[in-house]
Design a protein around this ligand. Structure first.
Ligand code: PBG
Length: 329
């Protein structure tokens, strides 16, 4: 009898055997690419804190979408940066807003591309909070979900396949489902940002979307990073209200949460590999401190291994290119 660990070594000795016994497979079909749509014309602006990621005006968005489509990435998630912001985030409801126009444009050229829209008010409010504020400066949950349902309806009317509320208000999934059904959009799915932590990893996104809160923080509506049992409560509420898919965000510091929800719920599970996670890899790569591509693939693989079915990631294009070249990592 040999030492039992030799069985492990024998399975690692050749690349072909390693491939055969690989448990987790990453493919470009796993990715959702985030796109920032900014007001104005003829704009393609690189986001300083997110190298390689741009904000496009609607007229130039297809430059990016063509590439995504050709790489075999099946879906995009859209974020709008409007010209006008006010206390109520009213431009979020504009049927000819940036996101709505972009949805129409993408669906017209690529009807089979899955278009997801982020449903939130933080990019549209002058104060940068995710909802309507009461006089005392708290987010008014009930007034906010009314507006979110209308925002989701406007995205559905434009042709969105999936709406993704990221605000963390209570009852918004039900309010959105009812509003969509009432207007004949039974086939539009809801991907709920169910488990969204109050995280410092969103920093670069807030530069990109101009959505940092002008005062205070989001701790009253986003989750405490210390909690995991609460994630089950958040996810089950959203599922009861009608969410078709659920999300954990951020991904990397929350792999345990992804793993728990993957076991707990037979619903598609999405992980958001957020801006700060992306930018750290880029920065360290630029300094020559890590092998950027290998680290990127290892991170994406770890998110999938933890149990995510799909990954929203700014790395999607680069990773899809490497996968297409059939590079081994
Ligand atoms: C809110 C929203 C945020 C992100 C996605 N949707 C920001 C926030 O909650 O402050 C963050 C995504 C990222 O960091 O990549 N609309």
């Amino acid at each position: 009898m040999q030492f039992p660990e030799l069985r492990l070594r024998r399975l690692r000795k050749s690349p072909t055997i390693r491939d055969m016994v690989r448990e987790t497979m990453l493919t470009s079909n796993d990715f959702i690419y985030p796109l920032f749509i900014i007001h104005g014309k003829n704009k393609k602006e690189e986001i300083k804190s997110m190298p390689g990621i741009y904000r496009y005006s609607v007229d130039r968005i297809m430059e990016e979408v063509d590439e995504i489509y050709e790489l075999g990435i099946p879906a995009v998630i859209l974020f709008g940066i409007p010209e006008k912001k006010d206390e109520h985030g009213s431009s979020a409801l504009d049927d000819s807003g940036e996101v709505q126009q972009a949805v129409k444009k993408i669906k017209k050229k690529y009807p089979d591309m899955v278009v997801i829209t982020d449903v939130c008010l933080c990019e549209y409010t002058s104060h940068g909070h995710c909802g309507i504020l009461t006089k005392s400066g708290y987010v008014d949950n009930d007034a906010t979900i009314e507006v979110l349902a209308k925002e989701a309806l406007s995205h559905a009317r434009a042709g969105a396949d999936i709406v993704a509320p990221s605000d963390m208000m209570d009852g918004r999934v039900l309010a959105i489902r009812e509003k969509l059904d009432e207007h004949g959009y039974e086939n539009v799915a809801i991907l709920s940002y169910s488990v969204k932590y109050a995280s410092a990893f969103y920093g670069p996104f807030r530069d990109a979307a101009e959505s940092a809160p002008a005062f205070g923080d989001r701790k009253s509506y986003q989750m405490d990073p210390a909690n995991i049992r609460e994630a089950i409560r958040e996810a089950s509420l959203d599922i009861d209200e009608g969410a078709d898919m659920i999300m954990v965000k951020p991904a990397l510091s929350y792999l345990d949460v992804i793993s728990l929800l993957a076991e707990e719920y037979p619903f598609p599970l999405v992980a958001y590999n957020v801006s700060g996670e992306y930018s750290m890899v880029k920065a360290a790569g630029k300094m020559g401190w890590i092998d950027e591509k290998k680290v990127m693939m290892e991170i994406l693989l770890s998110i999938k291994r933890a149990g995510a079915d799909l990954i929203i990631t700014y790395h999607a294009k680069e990773a899809a290119k490497l996968l297409r070249e059939n590079k081994k990592f």
